[in-house]
Write a protein that binds this ligand. Structure first.
Ligand code: UDP
Ligand code: MG
Length: 340
């Protein structure tokens, strides 16, 4: 297969209500694009009819390729799989629910042609999100900017165009807890933004409930900063200073003022306060140790159960085309020389 100019990567998790409209919009987009392109749908273990629908669409449209996961591995894993299998000179990652309008991709391509390696979509406005989501997202990205030495652009998600050299380097970063927007910012190169108004989800429900969002936020912070750990040291020092003051006060109370009997409240307050602080700090330590544990297991980031319109990969990588392929840590394309 000749390398297409553009690859679109769309993670799909239970999106049956969106797929028909998505298909129509993509077809219109591909017609107007005037470049060779491929669309990679990554089915992240959907339990609805999404995969069936994608199979039917891909049977009639050779530019559609489908990677199907053996179970739900999460949005960031789905993006990773798409990037691992994309052939384009530039790759655009976008949500399937039409919150990232295909039309904006044209502007991204124009910026890429000007010489930028990364063009991210920055939200000018957001429709149809809950107040809680808007508020938590706002706080999170501002807190993140303070904690992290690298500059992650504010008000952006994973909607972005990346040049092939960015994609090749990203493929080498196999960390288990992934915060891809942070990894891309960390890479550097020439980056710029296009502004767009983010519409509400075309149909269906968000696949990111609060708990999942919180986990993602903690992944983002812990994979780019050890400041929470350092915070434990600072807090420890502060409490040490306080405890010296308390010790002096207690000694004076015992030997100078002779008033040491009623101390129950102080003891209870001190013990419970210190226990709480210690547990929180152990928890923070645990977050990091847990991530080390996940990482050293070296499990693959995702397991594929089916590849559609990916004939050349099946021939290259699997001796038996029917064998479900497991993408190991050394993913396709790790060898930069072989890829170029
Ligand atoms: N998604 C996924 N796996 C998941 C959750 C979501 O592949 O475990 C996909 C989903 O199908 C969509 C994109 O990730 O294409 C963004 O999800 P969603 O629109 O629900 O998130 P939101 O826009 O509400 O943050
Ligand atoms: Mg969405």
């Amino acid at each position: 297969m000749r390398r297409p100019v553009l690859s679109l990567v769309l993670p799909i998790f239970n999106e049956e209500s969106v797929i028909p409209e998505l298909h129509a919009r993509l077809q219109e987009f591909l017609r107007q694009l005037g470049l060779t392109a491929e669309v990679i749908f990554v089915d992240d273990g959907s339990h609805d009819r999404s995969l069936e629908m994608l199979r039917a669409l891909a049977a009639a449209e050779p530019r559609y390729r489908v990677l199907s996961f053996a179970r739900n591995f999460g949005h960031q894993a789905a993006i990773t799989a798409g990037l691992d299998h994309a052939h384009g000179e530039a790759v655009v990652v976008m949500d399937a629910d039409l919150q990232d309008p295909p039309e904006v991709v044209q502007e991204m391509v124009a910026k890429w042609r000007e010489g930028f390696d990364v063009v991210y979509g920055r939200r000018r406005s957001r429709q149809g999100e809950t107040r809680l989501k808007l508020l938590t997202a706002r706080w999170f990205y501002r807190l993140f900017a303070r904690l992290i030495p690298i500059e992650v652009p504010l008000d952006t998600g994973d909607f972005r165009l990346m040049s092939r050299r960015i994609v090749l380097v990203l493929r080498e970063l196999r960390e288990a807890h992934r915060f891809i927007r942070g990894l891309v910012a960390w890479l550097g190169f020439k980056q710029t933004a296009v502004l767009y108004d983010r519409p509400s989800r075309f149909a269906g429900e968000t696949k990111f409930p609060l708990a999942k969002m919180l986990r993602f936020a903690i992944d983002g912070i812990t994979s780019f900063s050890i400041l929470p750990l350092r915070f434990a040291t600072w807090l420890g020092m502060f409490i040490s200073v306080c405890s010296v003051a308390v010790a002096i006060w207690a000694t004076l109370a015992r030997f100078v003022f002779h008033a040491t009997v009623p101390g129950w409240t102080t003891v209870i307050v001190m013990v419970s306060l210190l226990a709480a602080v210690q547990l929180i700090m152990t928890g923070i330590l645990g977050e990091y140790i847990g991530r080390i544990y996940e990482q050293v297991k070296l499990r693959p980031l995702y397991v594929l159960s089916e590849l559609i319109n990916c004939a050349e990969e099946a021939v290259n990588d699997a001796p038996e085309p029917k064998t479900p392929r497991v993408s190991l840590l050394a993913s396709p394309g790790v060898d930069l020389r072989a890829e170029r």
